[in-house]
Design a protein around this ligand. Sequence first.
Ligand code: FAD
Length: 459
Amino acid sequence: MPEQTTVLDALKAMLGAERVSIGSSDRELHSRDQSAHAAYLPDVVVWPESSDQVSRVAAYANEHRIPLTGWGMGSSLEGNPIPVCGGIVIDFGRMNRIVQIYTEDFQVRVQPGMLYKDMNQVLAKYGLFFAPDPGANASIGGMVANNAAGTRTVKYGATRDNVLALEVVLASGEILRTGSRSVKQSAGYDLTHLFIGSEGTLGLITEATLRLVPVPEHVSAAIASFPSTEAAAQAVFEIMGASLGPAALELVDTAAVVAINRAEHLDLVEAPHLFLEFHGASDTSLTDVLHMAQVICNETGCQTFKSGLGREARNHLWNARHRLAEILIRSHPSLAYVITDVAVPISKYPALVSGAQQALQDLSPMDTYIMGHAGDGNMHTMLFFADTPEQHALVEHFTDQLVEHAIRLGGTCTGEHGIGIGKRKYMQHEHGLAAVQMMQHIKGLLDPKGILNPGKILP
Ligand SMILES: Cc1cc2nc3c(=O)[nH]c(=O)nc-3n(C[C@H](O)[C@H](O)[C@H](O)COP(=O)(O)OP(=O)(O)OC[C@H]3O[C@@H](n4cnc5c(N)ncnc54)[C@H](O)[C@@H]3O)c2cc1C
């Protein structure tokens, strides 16, 4: 690797001095995400303003074998953007423009540093929105790279299902365009989806063409409480099995309800809950669907069912749900934490939840929570514990068992947060040796010197 001053001079010549920093606060800010994984300082942080600048930085890093890690908002939960080998962090915050809105086709072309909530505010003027909605105000580049999902995925799909085309800068600096604006695409290998979920290990996303959906005219939400988390999980399966098509179906256990009540001044019964939302063509169709949802909930032992929430109450509820992870982290300031992210086929969801519930009892009196985007089979547990080797070992045993259980049920170790650092050890178990070796071949082909976000995904 060249001397640091040589690297800095080269980067400043490419980007301008004000787009390159070795300041300690900038390096600190780009050393950790929102997970509990250890921080690593990058050597230098850069803020390119165009694909061409990204390309030049990549070509230089590749020539000199300097690690190069993409950065959106740093809101990942698996250490995905932590520059574990130092090198250059490439922050896309200044590439944050909407390039073009295609209102007639319900599409938008956008730079990677655009934040999805900000983008949706602009799109609202056109009656459109981008549906994937992780809890944090993530960047489009980070969402594409992690294949992020959220509360609305059960109806509208994850990020993967809403990307039509990409512009990607490869490790070599070559600029590649994948996909097209056609919603049907059958032309050759699907390179777009190869880069989605690759966590910046195969290329740097410099533009994305996204599918949008019309803002629904008729929306209705309901809150149902249950005698047990297992009963709530059973209701999830029954609702999905009845094809009611919820736009959101979230599970929140009693401990999480207590925390959300306190932090967000909600007045929920202290019991496991489902939060439901439906989007429909008319109020009448919504009334029918809500009635059917209530009947199903009642059959699975539902204790209270409150529907007909107005817009303000709905916004309050969903903001609180989006902030839940943050609320829990803030309410345990001195403890270490882990968030699990398994997902299973919907028919196995009750078994997943009841298995987790039982296993969590072994961790008592640790503070633990269950929540999740239940309608798509995703369940999170959050565990807060003293930062000691014994407690870490207990938690690791729990997460290993949980992942094993999810995979046995036909599921995955991660529904949305990605592999990052923490889940690399599950890759071979989940995919098998041949598939992991194929991924290594692909990585070797696209990034032969291994400069792009090294130390992630592959075991
Ligand atoms: C409170 C909270 C709630 C959350 N809820 C959810 C949720 O419901 N669902 C969910 O899926 N996630 C959730 N997350 C996790 C996180 O928000 C998502 O993973 C999100 O996609 C990360 O986006 P980011 O912009 O912060 O990306 P970063 O964390 O900065 O980066 C993510 C990954 O993408 C890479 N990267 C960034 N930009 C690019 C680029 N342009 N090209 C190539 N690679 C790039 C990075 O190297 C890294 O590997 C939550 C996080 C928090 C803190």
